[in-house]
Design a protein around this ligand. Structure first.
Ligand code: ZN
Length: 134
C-alpha cells in the first residue's frame, strides 16, 4: 500500500448554502468547485487546504448514504480519503489483510477520480476511501 497523503476529508452537512459561508468567511478558504454526484445522491463542494481537500456533502435524497448518515448521527465528519497510486490494487491489498470492502472495484467519484470504500466495521470506525487518478 502506498498512501501519499490525505486526499480529502468528507463532511456531511445539511445544506451547502449554509455550510460554504463558514468555510469561506470564518476559515478563509475558497470553494473552487460544486459538483453533483448522482451515483452517491450528493452535491459536493470542495475547498483546498494544502494538498488536502475538504469535501462538503449535502444529500440530494433522504434515502441516500449521506441522508441516512445525517438522520442517524447529524452533521459532521463522514469519511477520510487517502490518495493512493491505484485504487483497485489498494482495495485488493486491504482485502488480503482481512478488511471488509464496500466497493470490490473502483468507481467514479467527484472530480473524475477513481474511488473505493472500505467498511468502517473493519477500519476502527472510520469510513475510509481510497482515491487515485488512474
Ligand atoms: Zn470522498
Amino acid at each position: 500500500m502506498s498512501v501519499s497523503h490525505i486526499e480529502h476529508i468528507g463532511i456531511a452537512v445539511n445544506s451547502l448554502e449554509e455550510a460554504i459561508p463558514y468555510y469561506e468567511k470564518v476559515l478563509g478558504l475558497k470553494c473552487y468547485a460544486i459538483e453533483e454526484v448522482a451515483d452517491q445522491k450528493v452535491k459536493t463542494a470542495f475547498f483546498k487546504v494544502g494538498d488536502t481537500k475538504i469535501e462538503l456533502l449535502e444529500s440530494t435524497d433522504p434515502e441516500g448514504p449521506i441522508g441516512k448518515f445525517i438522520e442517524k448521527k447529524g452533521q459532521g465528519i463522514h469519511h477520510l480519503a487517502f490518495a493512493v497510486d491505484n485504487v483497485n490494487e489498494s482495495l485488493k491489498e486491504a482485502e488480503a489483510n482481512g478488511v471488509r470492502l464496500i466497493d470490490q472495484t473502483s468507481r467514479k467519484g467527484a472530480e473524475g477520480l477513481n474511488i473505493g470504500f472500505l467498511h468502517p466495521k473493519s477500519t476502527l470506525g472510520v469510513l475510509t476511501e481510497f482515491c487515485s487518478e488512474k
